[in-house]
Design a protein around this ligand. Sequence first.
Ligand SMILES: CC(C)(COP(=O)(O)OP(=O)(O)OC[C@H]1O[C@@H](n2cnc3c(N)ncnc32)[C@H](O)[C@@H]1OP(=O)(O)O)[C@@H](O)C(=O)NCCC(=O)NCCS
Length: 215
Amino acid sequence: MVDVDTVRRKVRLFVEEDLAAVRAIEREAFPEQRPTPLYEMLGHGGLSRYLVAVACRPPEGGRGLLRLLDRPGRPREEVVGYLGMWLPAQEAHIVAVAVTKPWRGRGFGELLIMCALELAAALGKREAVLECRVSNAIAIALYEKYGFQKVTVRPRYYSDNQEDAYVMVREGLDSLDFQQFLEGMKANYGRRWGLWEGPIAAEVGAHDGIKGGSG
Ligand SMILES: CC(C)(COP(=O)(O)OP(=O)(O)OC[C@H]1O[C@@H](n2cnc3c(N)ncnc32)[C@H](O)[C@@H]1OP(=O)(O)O)[C@@H](O)C(=O)NCCC(=O)NCCS
């Protein structure tokens, strides 16, 4: 078992090489859904953005053959979660977020939401919107932590069990209040989980813009 304190957390844009890992997480978390088309994950001409959460482990000594397979000085990366957003007009619609079961409860879902909101704001979006099963208390707690509010209920939204959905909205992504809120959340995240990296610099071309935390 990996010592959670030695793992560096990273969120970056999805690339085609991540497809198998993301498909596995998608099947595990949303078995009732059709697989997301690759073109959508790759950005769909600017209409969507998919992010992946990566656990970066430091090289280990290992034993026997495992030791030979480890390349010294090179962190080993594992895609442990993903998030998808549609980007119509002034809104970012979060269509999927999931972390693979063994890695849940270790801050990766939060990092995906934090980075997605930062990216949406950097892209000029004013609000983030999502639907969530009314029974999904864990996801609702995560969204509320980041300022999403339940605005309405869509009855029998999910066709597998006719469950209702909350529509949740995070307003004010273009406000100074939000920027300050996000800086505070990033600082807290770094204190709790240690080093992390987000995708903003690569996305908007501001190479000194990566906000990392250190614990
Ligand atoms: C929802 C999900 C993405 C959260 O990811 P995660 O990596 O496990 O969550 P994190 O460890 O980053 O926790 C972030 C916040 O989520 C909430 N949360 C996480 N685990 C929780 C639990 N067991 N009980 C209650 N709240 C919980 C808390 O608000 C937590 O913040 P806190 O630690 O300050 O209390 C993950 O549970 C998942 O993949 N679920 C299945 C797919 C799914 O339901 N997606 C959402 C569809 S709307």
